[in-house]
Write a protein that binds this ligand. Structure first.
Ligand SMILES: Nc1ncnc2c1ncn2[C@@H]1O[C@H](COP(=O)(O)OP(=O)(O)OP(=O)(O)O)[C@@H](O)[C@H]1O
Length: 255
């Protein structure tokens, strides 16, 4: 098999995060590789979502949050730049529950590009179609683009959320437990989609589902009490973990 050349797209160094007095992340160092899927695993409350949100500065919206350390994305220190809009264009996000706007499928996907100033109808049509195709939902919705997105099933809505993220032409897509609210068939569809998406995107995904991490990710980071205990190729994390705490977690002994 052809050896994939690794190249770091997100470099996190000595990252600490405080919610007021309470420290939630402790000295996190992580180098996330381009066009790979990186899974963040660990027991509830260990800081996975907090960490994910630091990557596109979503924590900035929370009062009393203090962050130290560096996150460099594509050679730019994101906490030293003030262009959060540019950052969130480059680093898109998909949440646990589908959060489509109460408008048509078309308008949901076209929303971001329109906000960026694209008005040309033909251009928007192409972006909407390409994004829905890339999110593996085009065939299911192509005849009902002008109907409400909220009339779709949960699994379909989540794929439209992914299309909405893709429409912004990001490099990186963050996913916070994107399948936890979905049935097993919809979950498999999203997993297959994520696997295909890494040809074009870097994906960082929080998951509680160990099998999911093992199935879809290239690298896995195991978080515990706000620290990264172990970060390695997913195969290693699940077959020959170096730290006893990782082994206990992946074999289901706690969490
Ligand atoms: N807005 C907030 N204000 C104060 N503390 C918070 C806030 N959000 C999270 N925390 C705390 O930070 C710690 C890490 O939470 P976080 O949600 O990042 O963990 P998690 O690993 O994603 O958990 P889960 O798997 O349950 O979603 C927890 O102790 C949590 O209570």
């Amino acid at each position: 098999m052809e050896q994939r050349k690794e190249s770091t797209i997100i470099n996190v160094r000595d990252l600490n995060l405080f919610y007021g007095e309470k420290q939630a992340l402790f000295g996190v160092d992580l180098a996330i590789q381009k066009k790979e899927v990186t899974a963040l695993i660990g027991p509830s409350g260990c800081g996975k979502s907090t960490f994910l949100r630091t990557l596109n500065r979503m924590n900035d919206l929370i009062d009393g949050v203090k962050i130290t350390g560096d996150i460099v994305i594509d050679h730019e220190n994101i906490y030293k730049s003030n262009d959060v809009i540019k950052l969130r264009t480059k680093v898109g996000m998909v949440f646990q529950k589908p959060n489509l706007f109460p408008m048509s499928i078309y308008d949901n996907v076209a929303y971001g590009p329109r906000m960026q100033g694209i008005k040309n109808k033909r251009e928007l049509n192409i972006i909407v179609e390409d994004s829905l195709r890339s999110a593996a939902i085009w065939d299911e919705v192509k005849d009902r683009l002008k109907t409400s997105a909220l009339g779709l099933s949960g699994g379909q809505q989540q794929r439209v959320c992914i299309a909405r993220a893709i429409a912004m032409k990001p490099d990186i897509i963050l996913m916070d437990e994107p399948t936890s609210a979905l049935d097993p068939i919809s979950t498999l569809k999203i997993e297959e989609l994520i696997t295909n998406m890494k040809e074009n995107y870097t994906i960082v995904i929080v998951t509680h589902n160990m099998q999911q991490a093992a199935r879809i990710s290239d690298k896995t980071a195991f978080f515990l009490n706000g620290e990264v205990v172990e970060y390695d190729d997913t195969d290693n994390i699940f077959s020959i973990p170096q730290d006893q705490r990782t082994e206990d977690y992946v074999t289901g002994r706690f969490g």
